[in-house]
Ligand binder design. Structure first.
Ligand SMILES: Cc1ncc(COP(=O)(O)O)c(C=O)c1O
Length: 390
């Protein structure tokens, strides 16, 4: 075998997703296909995104497109945004600009974990955690969410922790379930992590994956675990709120509650570690655009209408669905209990959903609400008829 063992493991753990992605190749080129699979845009990009980038395109100095590590203006805009949003004392030096949440997670793994360490991840959870962990020589350990409500199961996380655990990854608003977890859940988790760190004589770090933080419904509050547990890093992406995941802008933010010595150590590690993992900074243009992009967003009112239309019509038709509190995903149980068979059946009628097998939940499916309202209206007759046929 030519590829490394960790590359082979990464490949194997994401095989289901890559083959599904490849199978969607033809669908992308079919204008009639009703594609509710990946969280990709189905409308022209936001004008606010285009104008922010256009305003920075013309070089203003010879080094406009030189090598750029985290840019001060971007760090300042992010820390000011986080202060306003989370009410915590973030400073520009707590921010490392990255290529989306993917880049921020890679940075967190490189900065905090050693080969062979275990990392606790939620199940169901984002399908890229296991391959990213394998590629970093780390071992994913799943901790199940509550099987009905998909609430955080603190006992399951406590059970998953061993002396080799170095990191716990949490995700709120959560992909694929759309759940947003309250402050009390994070306080309970913080108590478990503090206790386990003490028991094993080794600090367990928390990675709070928050790329959907600004995509919430019905005015539900957001609480970051970084406010409950000082040894937290926040990872964020603008790819979701701008619905432009190809533009690769995000950041890692250190919790301002970190004890000052550790905060200083991590601050000074970010830049060299980002260099070491392959110049893991966003490109110059995206960093210059970051201050303007802080206030650009997809239309949350329209997204709420799409959620309500889809959720209410499917619930009336007999589906068991989680009503998302955030994200742009709808998560449900397949009529008949076989998510893959259900998705295949719908695909034969031109409606494409993501089977729950991608998230280790074979009875479920996920719908991306990044589709247009027009696509939703066209798909609903097929979706509404499906439970009757099962
Ligand atoms: C939970 C979660 N984390 C991280 C990411 C990565 O985001 P990005 O591609 O914008 O870096 C995604 C993207 O789907 C996600 O769903």
């Amino acid at each position: 075998m030519s590829v490394s063992a960790r590359a082979a493991e990464a490949k194997a753990s994401v095989e289901m997703v890559t083959s599904f992605f490849e199978s969607m190749g033809d669908v992308a080129s079919d204008p009639e296909a009703l594609d509710f699979t990946f969280g990709n845009p189905h409308e022209m990009p936001l004008p606010g995104l285009t104008s922010a980038m256009s305003a920075q395109l013309e070089p203003r100095s010879v080094d406009w497109f030189a090598y750029k590590s985290s840019q001060r203006l971007a760090q300042e805009a992010v820390s000011a945004g986080l202060r306003a949003e989370l009410g915590m004392d973030f400073e520009p030096d707590d921010i490392a600009m990255t290529q989306g949440a993917f880049g921020a997670i890679s940075l967190a793994l490189a900065m905090l974990a050693d080969a062979g360490d275990e990392v606790v991840i939620p199940v169901p959870g984002w399908f890229c955690y296991p391959p990213m962990l394998h590629a970093a020589n780390l071992a994913p350990v799943g901790a199940a969410l509550d099987p009905v409500t998909f609430d955080l199961d603190i006992d399951a996380i406590a059970w998953a922790i061993t002396p080799r655990t170095r990191l716990v990854i949490v995700n709120s608003p959560a992909n694929p379930t759309g759940r947003v977890y309250p402050r009390e859940a994070w306080d309970a988790l913080a108590a478990v992590l503090e206790e386990a760190s003490r028991t094993h004589g080794r600090r367990i770090w928390l990675v709070s994956d928050e790329p959907y933080r600004r995509i919430r419904f019905d005015g539900i509050d957001f609480a970051s675990p970084a406010a409950s547990y000082p040894w937290s890093v926040i990872v964020y992406s603008y790819g979701k709120v701008l619905l432009a995941p190809g533009q690769r802008l995000g950041y890692l933010a250190l919790s301002p509650l970190l004890p000052s010595e550790e905060r200083a150590e991590l601050r000074s590690a970010c830049m060299p570690v980002q260099l070491a993992i392959g110049w893991g900074f966003p490109n110059a243009l995206m960093q210059y655009s970051a201050p303007a992009l802080e206030s650009v967003s997809i239309d949350i009112a329209e997204l709420t209408r799409k959620r309500d239309r889809m959720h209410d019509a499917l619930t009336r038709a007999g589906y068991a669905l989680t009503r998302p509190e955030g994200t742009f995903y709808l998560w449900g149980r397949a009529p008949g209990g076989d998510g893959a068979a259900f998705c295949r059946e719908l695909a034969a009628h031109g409606v494409y959903l993501m089977p729950g097998t991608m998230f280790d939940q074979p009875a479920h499916f996920r719908i991306s609400l990044t589709a247009t309202m027009e696509m939703i209206e066209r798909a609903l007759p097929t979706l509404v008829a499906a439970p009757e046929g099962s």
